[in-house]
Ligand binder design. Structure first.
Ligand SMILES: *Cc1c(COP(=O)(O)O)cnc(C)c1O
Length: 406
């Protein structure tokens, strides 16, 4: 182990220095494995941050994309794009919602959701619409989405923030009621079904159902950011489906294109006709290459039964981690192992960013979020054997780390 290795290194004099980067560069991948430019192999438990649904170099995705680039990469939304219609109908069928707007990224999907909520209000005569958002939420890094984000580090230096947000704690229906009591300007409630960047914090099933009921009662839009937890990651298409509810607005991105940038806002009847031509748009949104990636991702997930795989391998991984870290869980140095399917967080009692480099040194890619949470969001093709390898590398690293003096 190279304790002297800096945690992050600048990449080049010309790429803007916006990321703390690990001192490796990846060159190619296959399945859940990637290799760096020096030929070292890594097991990928991060999947490009919940993006590489089908893993790396999946033959079906590669073939579909190769075929698509010889036909059309991009046209424009001045014309009909049949692949948009195909992907929209696939998303509608699997969500039980009705309509889809396509864009390219998560923040763009969330911006569309925020615009929908505001116009929903304006259409009802609410001049200063307000949207309920959550502590520890992450919705992106544009000015509006960072304002909706509940992390002061993301917001610092970028004020003035966008107004019109009311912030509440997660999983507390009384706090939500109290914060909105008698306020006629509320138009929407907006949250992640499982907070990702905030530390893998799931919304409770009862809470999801209570908020759904409250939104119906008050004529608010329920907007669930499934950018990270959606697209099969938890073992259902969308994480909120575990609670048996439907949102009115659901932003998607990350896993939807299995690595090709694809974003979408899927909406139900209450939000389907808020936008009219001219209200919103995106140059790249829904282009044929992106749509082909989305269609192929969903089709392949079904052909390979990846929802079941995410659920079963995820449950196996969680149980194996709980077993390997049983002593640490008992002593409280590991506070909790939470999440569902292949979206898991191991919450330690101390900041653990140093583990990311140590895992790299041992051939494993992970991330640490919210300072203390080791996050695992591997490709949904992960096998039981690969899950066991993750545990075999990670559990000893965590145990050793927790024994060191703070
Ligand atoms: C990653 C993420 C976003 C932002 O997506 P980008 O594609 O980086 O803009 C928004 N919401 C959630 C829940 C995310 O995890």
């Amino acid at each position: 182990m190279t304790a002297a290795t800096p945690a992050t290194t600048p990449s080049s004099p010309h790429v803007m220095n916006t990321y703390g980067r690990l001192p490796i560069a990846l060159s190619h991948g296959l399945g859940c494995r990637v290799w760096d430019v020096n030929g070292r192999e890594y097991l990928d438990a991060l999947g490009g941050i919940a993006v590489n649904t089908l893993g790396h170099n999946h033959p079906k995705l590669v073939a579909a994309l190769q075929d698509q680039v010889t036909k059309l990469i991009h046209t424009s939304n001045y014309y009909h794009v049949p692949l948009q219609e195909e992907l929209a109908s696939m998303l509608v069928q699997r969500s039980g919602l009705t309509n889809v707007f396509f864009c390219s990224t998560g923040l763009e999907a969330n911006e569309a959701a925020l615009k929908l909520a505001r116009k929903f209000g304006h259409d009802k005569g609410i001049e200063r619409p307000e949207i309920v958002v959550y502590e520890k939420a992450f919705h992106g890094r544009s000015i509006a989405t960072l304002s909706a984000t509940g992390n002061p580090k993301v917001q610092a230096g970028f004020g003035p923030l966008v107004e019109g947000f009311i912030r509440v704690p997660v999983n507390n229906i009384d706090a939500l009621k109290a914060a909105t009591e008698g306020n006629p300007n509320v138009v929407a409630v907006f949250f992640e079904a499982i907070q990702g960047e905030g530390g893998v914090n799931p919304m409770h099933m009862d809470y999801l159902r209570d908020v759904r009921a409250l939104c119906d009662q008050r004529d608010w839009l329920l907007m669930i950011d499934e950018v990270q937890c959606g697209m099969g990651r938890t073992g259902k298409w969308f994480a909120h489906q575990w609670a048996g509810i439907k949102p009115d607005v659901m932003p998607l991105a990350k896993g939807l294109g299995s690595g090709v940038p694809v974003g979408a806002v899927v909406v139900g009847p209450k939000a389907a006709t808020i936008f009219a031509p001219g209200n919103h748009g995106s140059t790249f949104g829904g282009n044929p290459l992106a749509m082909r990636a989305g269609v192929t991702t969903i089709r392949t997930m079904e052909e390979e039964d990846l929802l079941t795989n995410a659920a079963t391998v995820g449950a196996h991984l969680k149980a194996a981690l709980q077993k390997a870290l049983a002593a640490e869980l008992a002593s409280g140095t590991v506070k909790e192992i939470r999440g569902q399917g292949l979206m898991l967080g191991i919450d330690l009692a101390k900041p653990c960013g140093a583990l990311v480099q140590r895992a790299v040194d041992d051939g494993l890619l992970i991330s640490v979020t919210a300072d203390t949470v080791v996050r695992l969001v591997p490709p949904l093709i992960l096998s039981t054997g690969e899950a066991d390898q993750i545990v075999a590398i990670l559990a000893p690293l965590i145990s050793a780390f927790l024994k060191e003096a703070a």
